[in-house]
Design a binder for this molecule. Sequence first.
Ligand code: AMP
Length: 170
Amino acid sequence: MVDLYEFIADVPDFPEEGIVFKDITPLLAHPEAFLQAIDEMAAPYLESGVDMVVGIESRGFLLAGSVAERIGAGVGLVRKAGKLPRKCVSVTYDLEYGSDSLEIHEDAFEAASRVLIVDDVLATGGTLVASKDLIEKAGGQVVGATMLMELTFLEGRERFDGPLHAVLVY
Ligand code: AMP
């Protein structure tokens, strides 16, 4: 076992002043740390009958593929507006300044697919809540979410209705 906290690099004032960016690339680069992180993200959901693991653009994709492989599920993609090539459903959600849109292919799920959401960082929870709405709009049934890390001081967990697992807690 390694200490996963040692593989997260804090980058102050990125991408703007006052934000401490949590850089996961050292963890991704270290085979043992990466494997352990994926094991710990997948563990609570191994017996949950998950059909699809949906990753949120873009670091979520890297984690979602491996979590899906571990669980024995397929992979789905939530992307920024305009990136997916076929017909999509979309949601718009508020950011601190302005708003953003996320999309998923409208036929991403079989009827009543059980979906696990994956991302690297839970901050305010806006992205996670919007992704859940989007998945439900596309006919998926969200069984929970698993995050590599949670920034608890931003209280994103309070906004998400459902089981939520985070491997690293700040
Ligand atoms: P939020 O919607 O506020 O929960 O933000 C979550 C999304 O923004 C995730 O997709 C993260 O990748 C990214 N994010 C937010 N805060 C950070 C941070 N401090 N370091 C790295 N990524 C972040």
